[in-house]
Design a protein around this ligand. Structure first.
Ligand code: ASP
Ligand code: MG
Length: 417
């Protein structure tokens, strides 16, 4: 017997038929003798509609009322799934965030989970009852509903799995796992059997939109073994209920990954822009003078490259921001021109960042050189490079994105199983 948290996203509960299908997935695990808690999203498109209504009602609305409105999508699906389960003869009940309670901080619309007491859910699971929990929502210190930010029901599921000490958190979605790269770009992309938390964090923050980034952080901190799998497969197909090896991708501690590849995946982020400040004074405080005001304006800076100055007095600084922020960033920097002390400022939009990710590169030399050689052979110019222990990120011109992804995917042999 195991304790499993099962999370179903918006496309998995999109209508009553899909909800009945989810009920069959749950029934399979219950029939196998496992203790089960379920977390649901709203029906796909519902949250967008609710967000739209709050905006139409007033563009400057109260964030607490926004939360009261947008949390309702999950209230509906949790109740409907409990009904569908009861219809199959399963003992189930719905739980709203405030009933458990899932305690959050006060940041309405983007709240963080502070505490979950899993005792009552554990007790009831022990009696054979399935808890169907509304994702995306909790209770703020002001005693009002708080939502966790878009895509937040992944985070709800992982947090609940940690709170009830689940053996596994299964995230059911419309894809059947995590791939070596985006299969829409490279049809030879392969589904990974396992990926380490750290690698998944990089993949998720670089646009592999399978999971909310925060949920992966949480899974890493609490070592929640998280399994990405599809709800669109037949719930009773052979192997679906396999406890050790069901179809999908396990996100786990690197110690669990025995045969570690050097490179695990290739990710990319579109719509990057580059800003360069030329002939900056090379003195203490210059970086603070640039990035302080950008941070205060909530502009998320990503790659930062500074040149070592030739003469000890002037240097260049280049960094990237999302394309949508470039005008704002340019405005902030020209307002601070005097204080920063640069000569010229330049920018370019429509760039793409491709990244090679793998914890195996910690102990392997030549991983970066392989990428540079492969890109050179395809005539792809590299504009900037940054690296971390487990990642190499390369900034290139937008039109080369797909070619670069395919080139990197094949140069590390990811096409072959
Ligand atoms: N329903 C929420 C959203 O669309 C939460 C989620 O689906 O994870 O953002
Ligand atoms: Mg989602």
């Amino acid at each position: 017997m195991a304790r499993i948290v099962m999370k179903f996203g918006g496309t998995s509960v999109a209508d009553l038929d899909r909800i009945r299908n989810v009920a069959r997935h749950v029934k399979r695990e219950v029939d196998a003798g496992h203790e089960v808690a379920v977390v649901v999203s709203a029906m796909s498109g519902k949250t967008n509609e609710l967000v739209g209504w709050t905006r139409d009602a007033s563009p400057m609305h109260d964030a607490r009322e926004y939360d009261a409105v947008v949390a309702s999508g999950e209230q509906v699906t949790s109740g409907l799934l409990a009904i569908a389960l009861q219809h199959l003869g399963i003992n189930a009940r719905s739980w709203q965030g405030w009933q458990i309670p899932i305690k959050t901080d006060n940041a309405h619309g983007a709240a963080r989970i502070m505490e979950i007491n899993g005792d009552e859910i554990i007790r009831r699971m022990g009696e054979g009852q399935v808890a169907v929990i509304a994702g995306f929502q909790g209770l703020g210190p002001d005693n009002r509903i708080a939502t966790l930010g878009r895509g937040g029901s992944d985070t709800s599921a992982v947090a609940i799995a940690a709170a009830v000490k689940a053996d596994r958190c299964d995230i059911y979605t419309d894809v059947d796992g995590v791939y070596t790269t985006d299969p829409r770009i490279e049809p030879k992309a392969r589904r990974l059997k396992k990926i380490a938390f750290e690698e998944m964090l990089e993949m998720a923050s670089l646009g592999a939109k399978v999971l909310q980034v925060r949920s992966v952080e949480l899974a890493m901190v609490f070592k929640v073994r998280t399994f990405v799998r599809s709800s669109f497969e037949d719930p009773d197909a052979p192997g679906m209920g396999d406890l050790l090896n069901p179809p999908g991708t396990l996100i786990c501690d690197e110690e669990e990954i025995v045969e570690q590849e050097v490179v695990t995946g290739i990710a990319y982020a579109k719509d990057e822009a580059q800003i360069s400040l030329r002939r900056l004074a090379d003195r203490p405080g210059v970086s603070a003078a640039i990035f302080g005001p950008l941070a205060e304006s909530h502009i998320n800076v990503d790659m930062i490259v500074q040149n070592i100055s030739e003469d000890g007095s002037k240097t260049d600084m280049t960094f990237t921001v999302p394309s949508g922020d470039v005008d704002k960033a340019m405005r902030v920097l020209s307002e601070h021109k005097e204080k920063i002390g640069y000569d010229v400022i330049q920018n370019e939009s429509g760039l793409v960042k491709v990244s090679v990710i793998g914890i195996g590169m910690r102990s392997h030399a030549g991983v970066a050189a392989t990428a540079f050689r492969a890109l050179a052979e395809k005539g792809i110019n590299i504009k900037a490079i940054t690296t971390s222990e487990i990642k190499i990120s390369i900034l290139i011109d937008g039109p080369y994105a797909e070619l670069a992804v395919r080139t990197l995917h094949s140069c590390y042999g990811l096409d072959k199983s």
